[in-house]
Design a protein. Structure first.
Ligand SMILES: NC(=O)c1ccc[n+]([C@@H]2O[C@H](COP(=O)([O-])OP(=O)(O)OC[C@H]3O[C@@H](n4cnc5c(N)ncnc54)[C@H](O)[C@@H]3O)[C@@H](O)[C@H]2O)c1
Ligand SMILES: CC(C)=CCC/C(C)=C/C=C/C(C)=C/C=C/C(C)=C/C=C/C=C(C)/C=C/C=C(C)/C=C/C=C(\C)CCC=C(C)C
Length: 607
């Protein structure tokens, strides 16, 4: 059966291209093919790509963004805040934005000098480097899942963006069928991507469409809901009443993992491995361990128009949010290292978080405390490893820390990337190494979308690969430096396969190891976030924002729905809603509320 593009394309899947074009950038198109040294395909090469590209990056000049503005603020310590927020990563900022917009008195305490956490940026020699990846979901203009756009709007902000023409281009291992390697581009247009994949695996044409169409069922359901706290039954019942079909669809997928759905429709082992890496690049686990609802979000938002690069760099999002929060009356204190979450009450009775103490001795008191640090940093380091509530002990059995990353930030002469139009690439030479440290190589070239990030005539190449902190322990300073250089050289050698001449064209290079991530992001072992230790029951085992300590909430990637900027912003929306409900600033049905809370924790403990 041939894919029928007219059937696949629906208004909800592909909002008009103009709606996602940059707000202030030229929509200049470059119709050339990708210029990376792409191996030819053997199983049916796709039709000429130039004909199928309907959205192209603005790859020419862009205006320089406004200079970074991080307004340092202080905050009084002699007041009781509605919420004291530990950490100004995207999870903490999203919570703060939603709270201040409702008139709550909020202080954000950030250990570093800048907002954004792992989604911040740093500047060196005329380059603006994104700390993490440059792939931003949730930045579209339509629907309800464009949570980054919505979060900015909450505090009156908007950022010009550039659409990514492809989400990612995969350069995957050689096999009998693909002697030069399997290459697949995930085009912004859904039909183009389906066609490309079906050309590679013609016998699975129908299965491919069925699998990805199941993802659309989830996305289309999420994309009509007002996204708030799933722990608040009054809101939840309201959404069920307004959108019963969407809510039932989501409920039916809550306990499902992606691998199960993929195997229902696809039999080819090589294609199933492709679905694995489709999950791995954002969940850092295979499809069997990746909740299907998250896959629905990621596999569809990219075609719906959600992946757009913020002009000026990913760090602009945090900067704009921070400014907006301050404008709405909130406080953000930088260089504020929270050492302790103050909890009152007996160990065997009701315990309540009442504030925090900083390393310099300052105390901020609040009716609620929200932690944007990982659960390990929050409970073990700021409360005490001997005081772990039962639900936290359970969390530690079910989830473990994912590896951190080794990152290589490079400035390169522009000619080495002549004609390049794809920002993100994935390289893997051996399927057996997909989940191993230093196996998958992630590559972002954000300057193809926003040239203003590099000095004229230059590009940024950011390459990173999963790595464990244990690989960097017990080294002398000289050994540490030598190990960094050696691994950086190895990665450059691998990169030469898709960017020939890279090493000779490199004019700037800075390396980060898991130790760097631990130090600057204050994430235990530099972890990227929690991953399941065993097969999870879809999303059901992931904790929401409330904790067993009254008044203490967690937000960010150790809370539902997990890693990803759009995901932690959703977690922030949920957290703010739950906090407001507990503060009496959002309507609730108290009896139902407490019964539902107990039911949820019973279900989660059993999941
Ligand atoms: N392209 C992408 O998709 C992309 C890019 C970057 C980041 N991310 C995602 O962002 C997620 C993380 O976001 P997040 O909001 O959960 O966490 P985060 O680590 O980004 O932010 C946490 C913040 O808390 C601060 N902090 C930690 N301990 C502190 C303490 N004791 N006192 C004061 N401040 C403290 C840190 O300095 C940091 O700014 C990751 O899962 C990753 O997937 C994604
Ligand atoms: C009863 C109950 C509870 C319920 C009922 C039913 C219902 C209603 C349900 C509902 C649900 C919901 C709403 C859900 C939600 C969800 C969500 C929102 C989700 C989201 C997600 C997201 C995500 C996951 C994302 C992610 C992303 C990421 C991670 C990214 C990353 C990236 C990277 C790393 C990059 C790569 C790079 C290269 C390639 C270079």
């Amino acid at each position: 059966m041939q894919l029928n593009r007219n059937v696949v394309q629906t208004a909800s899947r592909a909002p008009a291209a103009h709606s996602v074009l940059p707000l202030s950038l030229p929509s200049a198109c470059t119709n050339g093919r990708r210029s990376l040294a792409a191996p030819a395909q053997t199983a049916g090469d796709a039709a000429p790509r130039a004909q199928r590209r309907s959205i192209r990056a603005a790859a020419t000049k862009t205006p320089y963004p406004p200079p970074s503005r991080v307004i340092p603020t202080e905050a009084p310590t002699d007041v009781e805040y509605d919420a004291v927020i530990v950490g100004g990563g995207m999870g903490g900022l999203a919570t703060a934005a939603r709270l201040v917009a409702k008139g709550a008195k909020v202080v954000v305490l950030e250990k570093y000098l800048l907002p954004g956490g792992s989604a911040a940026h740093f500047k060196r020699e005329g380059y603006t480097f994104d700390v993490g990846s440059s792939m931003m979901f949730g930045m579209g203009q339509e629907g309800t899942t464009n949570l980054i756009t919505k979060c900015l709007e909450t505090v009156g902000r908007k950022i010009p963006t550039v659409p990514d023409p492809t989400q990612v281009v995969y350069h995957l291992p050689k096999s009998d069928r693909f002697p030069k390697g399997l290459e697949v581009a995930v085009w912004r247009q859904y039909e183009e991507f389906l066609e490309e994949l079906a050309q590679r695996f013609p016998a699975e044409r129908e299965g491919i469409k069925k699998f990805y169409d199941e993802c659309w069922r989830i996305f289309d359901s999420l994309n009509v809901l007002e996204l708030k706290s799933l722990e608040e039954p009054r809101y939840l019942l309201g959404e069920f009443a307004k959108q019963p079909a969407a809510c039932l669809t989501l409920a039916s997928f809550l306990a499902t993992n992606t691998g199960d759905v993929a195997r229902r429709h696809i039999k080819d082992p090589e294609l199933l491995r492709f679905i694995d890496i489709e999950c791995f690049i954002w969940s850092t686990v295979s499809a069997d361990l990746t909740p299907m609802i998250n896959a629905g979000m990621v596999f569809c938002d990219r075609h719906y128009g959600g992946i757009n690069y913020p002009v000026g760099g990913v760090g602009r999002i945090g900067e704009e949010l921070a400014e907006g929060i301050v404008e709405y009356g909130g406080h953000i204190v930088y260089k504020a290292n929270v050492k302790e979450i103050i909890v009152e009450g007996p160990m065997d009775g009701e315990r309540r978080a009442v504030g925090v103490r900083l390393a310099d001795g300052r105390v901020f008191r609040g009716k609620t405390v929200v932690s944007n640090a990982t659960r390990w940093d929050t409970f073990e380091n700021m409360i005490g490893p001997d005081k772990l509530p039962e639900s936290e002990q359970l969390f530690r059995k079910r989830f473990k820390k994912s590896p951190s990353f080794f990152s290589l930030h490079m400035g390169v002469k522009a000619e080495v990337l002549q004609g390049q139009a794809d920002c993100h690439h994935i390289l893997l030479e051996d399927w057996g190494k997909m989940e191993a440290a230093r196996g998958v190589l992630f590559v972002s070239i954000p300057t193809v979308l926003d040239p203003s990030l590099a000095p004229p005539g230059h590009h940024i190449v950011h390459a990173f690969t999963p790595d464990w902190i244990d690989n960097w322990k017990d080294l002398s300073p000289a050994e540490y430096e030598a190990a960094k250089e050696q691994l950086a050289d190895q990665l450059c050698e691998r990169l030469e396969a898709i960017i020939p001449g890279l090493r000779a064209a490199t004019t700037f290079r800075e390396v980060g190891t898991p130790r760097t991530h631990r130090r600057y992001l204050s994430r235990e072992d530099g972890t990227y976030g929690p991953i399941p230790s065993r097969r999870p029951l879809g999303m059901l085992s992931m904790p929401f924002n409330s904790t067993d300590i009254r008044g203490l909430y967690c937000v960010g990637d150790s809370s539902f729905p997990g890693q990803g900027v759009n995901a932690v912003v959703f977690s922030g929306f949920g957290c703010a809603h739950r906090v407001l409900a507990d503060l009496g600033k959002e309507p609730t049905w108290p009896l139902l509320d407490s019964a539902f809370g107990k039911l949820l924790s019973t279900v989660r403990n059993a999941a």
